[in-house]
Design a protein around this ligand. Structure first.
Ligand code: N01
Length: 500
C-alpha cells in the first residue's frame, strides 16, 4: 500500500484543539467539516499508511459495497465516475484517497500513529493521548477528541480450541494476504456473512477443494449491480443535479424499505419469498437447498446480496458443512460429528469486534475507568449516538446505535459530524472548556433505543452483531435515518453539562 505522507515532524506542536482518531470515512468527514469552517488546528491519527479504514483493510477478492455508490459517497463530494452501481472496494478506496488529496487532508494526517491510550485530565480539561509513531511513541494533548475508529475495524478470531496450533495459512477476510496463492489448495472458510458470500465465489474456481463451515444460513437476495455506461457518467459530469437527484431517490427508496423492515410483515414476507426463490433458482440439490435455507426472519441479520453465492456452493469442488467445529488441529478442522477435514488454508469470515473493540479499553475518564467499564455499569449507548457519559469532549463517530443495515452509513456519519461541530460552536460561544452528557439523559437515551428496538425485526430472535453480550441492540439505529437526522439538526444544551 503506498504511503500518503512522510513521517510527522518531531518539532510540531503537541497540543491540538481537535484530535481525530482514524482516517476512514468518519475521520475524513470530520476533517473536511473543520476545514470548511476555517479550523485547521487538528490532526488525524491513523495507525495504517493510507486513508480509508474498512475500505483499505477489506481487499479480499470480490469485496464490494452492497449500498449503491451514488449514496455510498460523501454528499459533499459526488463522484460522477463510479464504474458500477455498487462499487468494488478498490474503487471506493481510490475515491477516499482522491477526496483526502483534493480536500487538503493529507497535511493533517499522521500515518503510522496508533492511539495507544487516552486519559481525560479533569484539571487541565483536556485529553492526554499516547500514540505510536513510525519511530516510537509520542505524547499529545487535545481539547477535543473525535473517536472515528470505526465499528468494523477489529477482526474477530473465533475462540475454537486448537486454532493457534494450525500449521497452515490462517487469515481473516479483513487481513487478506494477497501474496498467498490459493491455487489448488484445500481451503476451509469459517463463516457465511457479508464478507464470505463475496470471497467464496471469487476463490472457488481457483482452489482445489473448498469447505465452507456455516453456523447460520443467511438470507441472500439477488444482486442488482450493473455497469454505469459512459453516457450516464458524462451526464453526471455535465449535470451534477441528475446524480444528486438519483442519490435522493435511492435514499428515499431505502427509507421506505426500512419502514417496512421495522414494522410491516409484508416486506419481510416479500423478502422471504424472494430469498427462497433465489435458492430454488440457483441450487438443484434438495439437501443443499435445505442446508442454505435460513431459519430466522429476513432482515433480523443483515440481508446479503449475491448472484453467485449459491451457485458457488453448488460446485463439485465445494462442500457446505453445517456441523459445528469442535477443534482445529495443525492440518485439519474437526467437526462435532467427528469428521476430520484436512486443509492447507483457513480463511476466517467471522466478522469483527463491534461492541467489544479494544479501543473501548484505551479511553479512560477522570476516575480512570474505561469506556468498556462504564458501559458495563450503565448500558452501551451514546446520546445522539455520539456522547458517552463521564467522557467529556469525546465524540464517537460512528457511535453506539448509529450503525445501519438498509442505507449508507455516511448519512449517519455526516449527521454526527454536523452535530459535533454545532456542539463545539455552542461550547466556544459560552466560553466553556468541556461538554458531557448528563447521566440521566444517557439513561433516557438507552431506554429510548430499547423501546424503539423492541417491536422491530432486529429483536425477532436471531443472534447478530447488532446485539451486544446482553442481547441488547446497541449497534443499530432502530428507526429511519430521517428521524436521526432530524434529532441531530439542533443542539439541546439542557441535555448536556458544560464546564467553564
Ligand atoms: O461478518 P458477520 P462479515 N464459528 O459478522 C460466523 C459489513 N460488510 O465480515 O451467523 C463458526 O456478518 C457467523 O455465524 P453466525 C456488513 O455490515 C459489508 O461477513 O453468527 N462461525 C457469520 O456467519 C456486515 O454485516 C459488506 O452464526 C462463526 C460470520 O461468521 C459486516 O461487515 C461486505 C464463528 C460472521 O459474519 C460484517 O460482515 C462485507 C464461530 N466461532 C462486510 N464466529 C458489503 O458492503 C462467527 N461465525 C457488501
Amino acid at each position: 500500500m503506498p504511503t500518503d505522507l512522510p513521517p510527522a515532524d518531531p518539532t510540531e506542536p503537541r497540543h491540538l484543539r481537535v484530535a481525530i482518531v482514524g482516517a476512514g470515512f468518519s475521520g475524513m468527514a470530520t476533517a473536511v467539516a473543520l476545514l470548511d469552517e476555517g479550523r485547521d488546528d487538528f490532526v488525524i491519527f491513523e495507525r495504517a499508511d493510507s486513508v480509508g479504514g474498512t475500505w483499505r483493510d477489506n481487499s479480499y477478492p470480490g469485496c464490494r459495497c452492497d449500498v449503491p455508490s451514488h449514496l455510498y459517497s460523501f454528499s459533499f463530494a459526488p463522484n460522477p465516475e463510479w464504474p458500477e452501481t455498487y462499487s468494488p472496494a478498490g474503487e471506493i478506496h481510490a475515491y477516499q484517497r482522491r477526496v483526502a488529496e483534493e480536500r487538503g487532508l493529507l497535511a493533517h494526517i499522521r500515518f503510522g500513529h496508533e492511539v495507544l491510550g487516552a486519559d481525560w485530565d479533569p484539571d487541565a480539561r483536556r485529553w492526554r493521548l499516547e500514540t505510536s509513531t513510525p519511530a516510537g511513541t509520542a505524547a499529545w494533548t487535545a481539547d477535543v477528541v473525535v473517536g472515528a475508529f470505526g465499528l468494523l475495524a477489529e477482526p474477530a478470531t473465533p475462540d475454537i480450541p486448537g486454532i493457534d496450533t494450525f500449521a497452515g495459512k490462517l487469515m481473516h477476510s479483513a487481513r487478506w494476504d494477497h501474496g498467498h496463492d490459493l491455487t489448488g489448495e484445500r481451503v476451509a472458510v469459517i463463516g457465511t456473512g457479508a464478507s464470505a458470500i463475496q470471497f467464496v465465489p471469487a476463490i472457488q474456481p481457483t482452489v482445489g477443494r473448498l469447505t465452507v463451515f456455516q453456523r447460520t444460513a443467511p438470507w441472500v437476495l439477488p444482486h442488482r449491480n450493473r455497469r454505469i455506461t459512459s453516457a450516464e457518467r458524462a451526464l453526471y459530469r455535465r449535470f451534477p443535479v441528475v446524480q444528486r437527484f438519483n442519490r435522493t431517490l435511492i435514499y428515499l427508496s431505502r427509507e421506505l424499505v426500512a419502514a417496512g423492515m421495522i414494522r410491516n410483515r409484508g416486506v419481510t414476507d416479500g423478502a422471504k419469498k424472494l430469498g427462497l426463490k433465489h435458492i430454488r433458482d440457483s441450487i438443484a440439490d434438495p439437501e443443499l437447498r435445505r442446508k442454505v435455507t435460513p431459519d430466522f426472519e429476513p432482515f433480523c441479520k443483515r440481508i446479503l446480496l449475491s448472484d453467485d453465492w449459491y451457485t458457488a456452493l453448488d460446485q463439485p469442488n465445494v462442500d457446505l458443512v453445517t456441523d459445528g467445529i469442535v477443534e482445529i488441529r495443525p492440518h485439519s478442522v474437526v467437526t462435532a460429528t467427528g469428521q476430520e477435514i484436512e486443509v492447507d488454508t483457513i480463511v476466517l469470515g467471522t466478522g469483527f469486534h463491534v461492541t467489544d473493540s479494544p479501543m473501548m479499553d484505551r479511553f479512560r475518564n477522570a476516575e480512570g475507568h474505561s469506556i468498556a467499564e462504564v458501559f458495563r455499569k450503565t448500558r452501551i449507548g451514546a446520546y445522539q449516538g455520539t456522547l458517552i457519559p463521564t467522557f467529556p469532549n469525546l465524540f464517537m463517530i460512528p457511535g453506539p446505535n448509529t450503525g445501519i443495515g438498509h442505507t449508507s452509513l455516511l448519512v449517519m456519519i455526516e449527521a454526527q459530524v454536523g452535530w459535533t461541530l454545532r456542539v463545539l460552536r455552542a461550547l466556544e460561544q459560552r466560553g466553556a472548556a468541556a461538554v458531557e452528557v448528563r447521566e440521566d439523559v444517557h439513561e433516557q437515551w438507552c431506554d429510548l433505543m430499547d423501546a424503539k428496538t423492541r417491536p422491530t425485526v432486529w429483536a425477532s430472535g436471531c443472534s447478530s452483531w447488532y446485539l451486544d453480550a446482553d442481547g441488547r441492540n446497541s449497534t443499530l439505529w432502530p428507526g429511519l435515518t430521517i428521524e436521526f437526522l432530524a434529532r441531530l439538526r439542533r443542539v439541546d444544551l439542557s441535555k448536556l453539562r458544560l464546564t467553564r
